[in-house]
Design a protein around this ligand. Structure first.
Ligand SMILES: [Zn+2]
Length: 68
């Protein structure tokens, strides 16, 4: 899966400077991180997830919208 954060950062939850900056500037939101982390877990099981790129995640009225 292609993401806008490094997969290492998403998996570990420890962000490198580059990813940290993206969060701080609001380019990437917390929801994005949360969803990316969940999706990574399913990557091995569902190969279709490997092919997508996660562009953005929105949380609108508690409905999660994935932009892929
Ligand atoms: Zn990173």
């Amino acid at each position: 899966m292609r993401m806008r954060l490094c997969s290492f950062c998403v998996k570990s939850g420890i962000l490198c400077q580059k990813c940290q900056e993206k969060i701080e500037t609001g380019e990437i939101n917390e929801t994005y991180m949360r969803i990316a982390k969940e999706l990574i877990k399913f990557e091995d099981k569902y190969t279709s997830i490997q092919k997508i790129s996660l562009n953005n995640v929105y949380n609108v009225d508690n409905i999660i919208i994935l932009a892929v």
